[in-house]
Design a protein around this ligand. Structure first.
Ligand code: NBP
Length: 470
């Protein structure tokens, strides 16, 4: 009997996906470059399961029923190319290759063309949910050959997280649409994480609250409009006591945030296509600044700031903080979805943003109750330019923007950085301003570079010799 599904790469994601797929009734053949990992997996986790160990790519390909369906779960970048270089020649017309890693979308486009040239089907597929999601149900964002998706849709629907509106998997379009959606998902993830970290900083340094008190606040937020996986885990993190020291573990963790690249790629692409995603960008830069630990430590001694404490009524500030976090989180989704809208228009993907919201409802890191409202907004208005223009987000802005302004202003007064909240406020303020000062920028460009400008009172393109005497 040949196996129905193949997995290459048995690190955290590959192992757990193999167990998930087998658990849903499919036989799986697995291969990993280092044989020891395969052996260990079979002995420890996959014993007695319909999981066939393979010790070469040839053996894997041989053990699969046709058309073969092979999922790659290896490190993104060169390792993926190294595997594909060997795998492609072994496959036959009509076989399907799914790259489930966090590939850069440009790599996906290139690999897809290569697969196509060989008569193979290819799906660049973002898989979110980490170790737990891989085992119990991830969110699956596929793009590439539609015929390929049709071959695997049944399996994806079974292994995916089961959300309130169906299995959290979908085909998003040709080319790299799937990996692009996953990349922007990660960009939003960066922005929401930064927003929650800023709230923690304001409560800790600004209000001198204990971890237990802050956990209570996140716990309360998780009961309402901000209910989400990231708020939920933040509460749990703040409650976790280090067994070694008896103190909150979070306070023992070095404050330099690492990154694997998807937030950066998301921002780079936003700049390339000219879509405004400042809150996601600021979250990436916040991680970059956090990495400058030694410099920051020196600068703290040299550069003075104001007194750190936020004076005034604590409960009032916490109430404002909820509004500030809520609007900033909405801004993160709004910017990410706008980026998807613009990327789809540029590349002709025909991306359905209500489907994107549906797939993100469970299994993935940015799952939240907000996504139910976001999906509804895009179902009602598929070409919605920005979430804030639709209800209930417009009303949320109206209700909370003063709170966001107060929080940002007080954070600045206290010298506590809030780049995500600040950028969200500036973003919406700029977006809702009919006349921005860009007229002056156009005049400056024309002054030093003769770049020309347009006028508001007549048609045409104009250039002025600005230093000529009038
Ligand atoms: P890693 O990203 O840590 O990759 C390890 C795997 O890549 C191992 O199987 C390793 O084989 C294999 N590999 C490497 Br490294 N170089 C190789 C090469 N030249 N040829 C063949 N295989 C090679 O694993 P992961 O954390 O399970 O993630 C897998 C993919 O899923 C990545 O693209 C990741 O970005 C993505 N992803 C991860 C998560 C997560 O939470 N971890 C979530 C969502 C998506 P070896 O055993 O021989 O070294």
């Amino acid at each position: 009997m040949k196996a129905e599904f193949g997995i290459i790469g048995l690190a955290t994601m590959g192992q757990n996906l193999a167990l998930n797929v087998e658990d849903k009734g499919f036989s799986v053949a697995v291969y990993n470059r280092t044989a020891e990992r395969t052996r260990k997996f079979l002995e420890e986790k996959a014993k007695g399961r319909r999981i066939v160990p393979c010790y070469s790519l040839e053996e894997l390909v041989e053990s699969l029923s046709r058309p073969r369906k092979v999922l790659l779960m290896v490190k993104a970048g060169e390792p993926t190319d190294a595997v594909l270089e060997k795998l492609f020649p072994l496959l036959e017309r009509g076989d399907l290759v799914i790259d489930g890693g966090n590939a850069h979308y440009a790599d996906t486009e290139r690999r897809l063309r290569e697969a196509e040239g060989r008569g193979l089907l290819y799906l660049g597929t973002g898989i979110s949910g980490g170790e737990y999601g891989a085992l119990h149900g991830p969110a699956i964002m596929a793009g590439g050959h539609r015929e390929g998706y049709e071959l695997i849709e049944g399996l994806f629907q079974k292994i995916a997280a089961q959300g309130p509106e169906g299995p959290c998997c979908a085909y998003f379009g040709p080319g790299s649409a799937g990996h692009y959606v996953k990349m922007v998902h990660n960009g939003i993830e960066y922005a929401v994480m930064e927003t929650l970290a800023e709230a923690y900083d304001l409560m800790k340094r600004g209000l001198s609250m204990s971890c237990a008190e802050m956990a209570d606040v996140f716990g309360r937020w998780n009961q309402g409009e901000l209910s989400s996986y990231l708020v939920e885990i933040t509460e749990k993190i703040l409650r976790y006591v280090d067994p070694e020291t008896g103190e909150p573990l979070v306070e023992k963790i070095l404050d330099t945030a690492q990154q694997k690249g998807t937030g950066k790629w998301s921002t780079q692409s936003a700049l390339d296509i000219g879509t405004p995603a400042p809150t996601i960008a600021m979250a990436v830069f916040a991680r970059v600044i956090s990495a400058l630990k030694a410099e920051r430590t020196e600068a703290e001694k040299l550069l003075p700031g104001p007194e750190l404490h936020l004076h005034g009524d604590r409960e009032e500030f916490l109430s404002d903080l909820f509004g500030a976090v809520y609007l900033t989180v909405i801004a993160a989704y709004a910017q990410g979805l706008r980026q998807l809208r613009d990327a789809s228009a540029e590349r002709g993907w025909g991306l359905d943003l209500s489907e994107v919201a549906r797939v993100w409802m469970a299994g993935c890191i940015i799952r939240s109750s907000l996504l139910v409202l976001i999906r509804k907004a895009f179902l009602e208005q598929p070409d919605l330019p920005l979430l804030f223009l639709a209800e209930p987000f417009r009303s949320a802005w109206e209700k909370h923007h003063v709170a966001l302004r107060r929080v940002v202003a007080r954070a600045h007064e206290a010298g506590i950085p809030v780049p995500a909240m600040d950028s969200a406020l500036d973003f919406v303020d700029a977006y809702r301003t009919a006349r921005l000062p860009a007229n002056l920028i156009q005049a400056q460009r024309d002054f030093f570079g003769a770049h020309t400008y347009q006028r508001v009172d007549k048609e045409g393109t104009f250039h002025t010799d600005w230093e000529a005497v009038a």
